[in-house]
Ligand binder design. Sequence first.
Ligand code: CTP
Length: 422
Amino acid sequence: MKNINMYKAMKSELDADIYKLVCSTGIFADSYGIKACIVGGMVRDIFLKRKTVDIDVVVLGDGLKFARFLADKLGGAFKGFEKFKTAKIFLKNGRIDISSARKETYEKPAALPDVVLSGRDEDLFRRDFTINSMAVSINREDFGNLFDPFGGVSDLKKKILKTMHDRSFVDDPTRILRAIRFEARLGFKIEKRTLRFIRKALKENIFENLSGERIREELFILFKEQTPAKAMKRLEQFGVLRKINPGLCLDSKALAMFKTIGSSGRLIRSYHADVPIMYLMALLGTAQPAQALATAVKLKLSNGQRHAIDHGKELQKLQQKDLGKLGKGSSATYFLLKKYGTEALLYLMLMQKDKKRAARIKYYLDELKHIKIEITGDDLKEMGIKEGPEYSKILSAVMKAKLDGRADNREEQLELVRTLAE
Ligand code: CTP
């Protein structure tokens, strides 16, 4: 294989500040006396001319010690993981992940690996796919030289995802989700032999051994892709979702919602909503309550996340009679939607075929939700009204009046309280 030097490609494909950081890391690796390479996704994406910001560096030697040295030189915060011999450096303009070239052994399928320091090729061999198993030197003497022992460049050209060995998915089942994610993102194909390995691992019920947190993390990464619908369809085809949990399935309704959410990214972001939670609403929308709960438990969702999904499920079941309230006055809309979080409301909005109803939900999110009345419980107290559950009834009535334009200011609201308290 002819030697490839990536210097020019790095310079033209990486953002200037990222390129500078890569060069500085190389210079400090030289002064520390250690061999360093960028590796994995960054190398892949330089070839594919895709924007890349994650700097993954592998060094031949103790990455933890070098990372401490580098963090000090670059003035960044350092976080080390002794067990895996890896570290992260947090800088104002980015993050560098440093690892020690290592071999991994897995005591049990799907467990976290034990690591032993190794050479560069062994480190590349332990990785998921050939296209992610290339490294590029950043030391001065051979800056830009590509190391591609498993044919990553050739597979990039062929647009295929190929794993290195048959145990890859058993050791780390998250790679099944990664394969499907890359396939959808890059428009690549999983090659036949690799497909066989995936099917074999699934037959071995490999997800049973994988922790819920790791499944959730990987699913959420997938949900952050531009078009998760494509990948989700493949996950369903492979039977991966049901293997993760019997309650997880992608029916045609859920798939349609995945597409709608996927094409509404800008709108959703403008409300700072949690996109993965909205996708989970779609996935669990039609699941029986017991199954939805089992999935939430398996994925170790937080109470807040579970609550948001329950709200989404509740709203998906709203009857026409309730939805009709959206066509009535502002207070009817307000009191129908008031208890629900942003994600559930956006979900409801995106579900609506009726444009007027969707516009009312948007009106709630943009306007009604932020309306406050000008009086509080303290005012009621001063007026001599006995504290108790009456307070919330009175304040709700005042809110209703304000929303319907009957008590716009403090004076009118206090007057209304007087008549209510009579
Ligand atoms: N990797 C692996 N197995 C995994 C996760 C990661 O072998 N389960 C290796 C791959 O070499 C990968 C690298 O670690 O390229 C970095 O992983 P990560 O940052 O998660 O992914 P990227 O490949 O960089 O992809 P993305 O663009 O989605 O961040």
